[in-house]
Design a protein around this ligand. Sequence first.
Ligand SMILES: [Cu+2]
Length: 141
Amino acid sequence: MFKASIFGLITILSTPAIAGRINADVNCLQGAEDMQFDCMFMLMQDAAPLQGAEFTVLPQMPSMPMAHNTQPIPAMPLADAGRYHVPMVLDMLGEWALKLEFSAPQRNVVVIKVQFPADVTAKTPSHSHSHTNTHTHTHKD
Ligand SMILES: [Cu+2]
């Protein structure tokens, strides 16, 4: 028992610093076409802009899980640190959950709910478990 806890402590100390949760803000602007939106994601991790992230965005409608056949859209990094652009074409307005699936800097999933078109800015919910769709979105304007 004693040996086990010492081993555990050593393991924790020798593990490189574990990166914190990714916080995402999104601001979607009306694009040139009616149902086209230009979404700008601002990513933070460990209180710094997250650079070099690789992720896709899958728009889903929580109220109609099977109704929309959407595909993940790759995010393109912008010159500003921690900012990424994702062009999106939706086939319906309403509440969408944008599922960010990260492959770098580590595998991670973050979900942001956005109301199109009424509310074009949204933040990650303030608690974790962001890979589930059970949380509610609170606005912090
Ligand atoms: Cu729908």
